[in-house]
Design a protein around this ligand. Structure first.
Ligand code: HXC
Ligand code: NAP
Length: 292
């Protein structure tokens, strides 16, 4: 068994209707592919219908699954309500919402215009809020059990320079996850989040490591496990959190980053750089400080 193999194999999401925002590219497309292979009906949404149609074709070629693309800018609440109505019209119900769509780019914060800052907050925090609010109201009205999964990042709680609007927005999404995990449990609506570490995608890599930054900064070196993530690993976790197998997990955030953020956090993790052969000498020096 390899970590990059599918975890579930037998239609574990059969007939579940799952909406994946940003489902036409990157991680959203990979997760959609896995849900389809597990028998789910998947609605993929983003702003770009051509991209969605192309993704639909690829996903059907790979899985023969039931995938439905809907153009929707999640910044616009009316478009989100319309996307929800189209989903219900097509499938008669919706069981899961994967808030995966995001916008981000690196920049020293003082270089950002007010509109640039707002653009990221509008997509990541307000867009996610729009989807959660529209779908939540619907499920509560219909008295239907449902699951919401939000893709955030580890800097939602550590913060990070150069991606400040994204950090602020993802922190907000984490707060919504924990808050509504409690408030909406009485309606049978579960909310969780996943905080991925580095998982190469064109969308993220071209905006966060443009040009030769990719070569300059070997991202895998920041990860104790010394590798980046594979899309299937993330898809396995997402399928589990959207399935009934995780029915008792609620209001939680699960990190999948090979230990990346903890390596940055532990005060003495820089000792990783001390050569093995130096440790005898260091131990002797420490022991010599003993007074009695
Ligand atoms: C400074 C910038 C900028 C940049 C845009 N702006 N790019 N400012 N540096 N590199 C400014 C613009 O000048 C404008 O402000 C404002 O931001 C809005 O820009 P638009 O291009 O009009 O916005 P829009 O067309 O809505 O596009 C949104 C976008 C774009 C975020 C800028 O990159 C996009 O569509 N992204 C979607 C996909 C994406 O970002 N994927 C990566 C997710 S990765 P002014 O003042 O001039 O009007 C991710 C990883 C997290 O989240 C964690 C990793 C570990
Ligand atoms: P990506 O391919 O660029 O995905 C972002 C998606 O969001 C795109 O499909 C984009 O489609 C959609 N989107 C952007 N703005 C939108 C809007 N206003 N309305 C609707 N859809 C919109 O990048 P990715 O790496 O797969 O990222 C997916 C998620 O993982 C994001 O939440 C990101 O923060 C998170 N993440 C990624 C990594 C990583 O290493 N890759 C690490 C941590 C977290 P359109 O442009 O067609 O609208």
């Amino acid at each position: 068994m390899k970590f990059s193999e599918p975890m579930f194999k037998n239609n574990e999401l059969k007939d579940q209707v799952i909406v994946v925002t940003g489902g036409g590219s990157g991680l959203g497309k990979s997760m959609s592919e896995y849900f389809l292979s597990l028998g789910a009906k998947v609605v993929i949404t983003s702003r770009n219908m051509d991209k969605l149609n192309q993704a639909k074709k690829e996903l059907i070629d790979k899985t023969c699954g039931d995938v439905y693309p809907i153009a929707c800018d999640i910044r616009n609440y009316d478009e989100v309500e319309n996307m929800l109505s189209q989903t219900i019209e097509k499938y008669g119900k919706v069981d899961g919402l994967l808030n995966n769509a995001a916008g981000n780019f690196i920049s020293p914060t003082e270089r950002l215009s007010a509109n640039a800052f707002d653009t990221i907050i509008d997509i990541v925090l307000k867009g996610t809020k729009n989807c959660i609010l529209a779908f939540g109201k619907y499920w509560i009205k219909e008295k239907q059990k449902a699951t919401i999964l939000n893709i955030i990042t580890t800097y939602a709680w550590t913060g990070s320079g150069y991606v400040v609007p994204s950090a602020a927005a993802k922190a907000g999404v984490l707060a919504i996850t924990r808050s509504l995990g409690v408030e909406w449990a009485k309606y049978g609506i579960r909310l969780n989040a996943i905080a991925p570490g580095p998982f190469p995608t064109e969308g993220a890599w071209d905006r966060l490591l443009p040009g030769d930054l990719k070569e300059k900064f070997d991202v895998s070196k920041k990860v104790p496990l010394r590798r980046v993530g594979e899309h299937q690993e993330l898809s396995n976790l997402a399928a589990y959190l959207l399935s009934d197998y995780s029915a008792y997990i609620n209001g939680e955030v699960i990190t999948i980053d090979g230990g990346e953020w903890l390596q940055g956090a532990g005060q003495f993790n820089m000792l990783e750089k001390v050569p093995k052969e130096m440790w005898d000498m260091l131990e002797m020096m420490i022991r010599s400080k003993k007074t009695k």
